[in-house]
Design a protein around this ligand. Structure first.
Ligand SMILES: [Zn+2]
Length: 65
């Protein structure tokens, strides 16, 4: 039996990759890097949708203690 790796689309750029090349969030390496950059930039500037998400998640985490 051949173990061909499954082809999956990156959730961001919609390009196709073997499953093992995508990360947990089904993002390719390029998009994952872009995402990390965008998030860290927004956290630094304290604005943007990713910052709001992060803030909400942090509040939840703190409130859940
Ligand atoms: Zn991608």
């Amino acid at each position: 039996m051949k173990r061909a790796s499954k082809i999956v689309k990156c959730v961001d750029c919609q390009r196709e990759f073997p499953r093992k090349q995508l990360n947990r969030m089904l993002r390719c390496h390029d998009c994952a890097l872009d995402k990390v950059e965008a998030v860290s930039r927004q956290l630094h500037n304290r604005e943007g949708p990713e910052y709001e998400k992060w803030k909400t998640a942090m509040k939840k985490a703190i409130g859940g203690l």
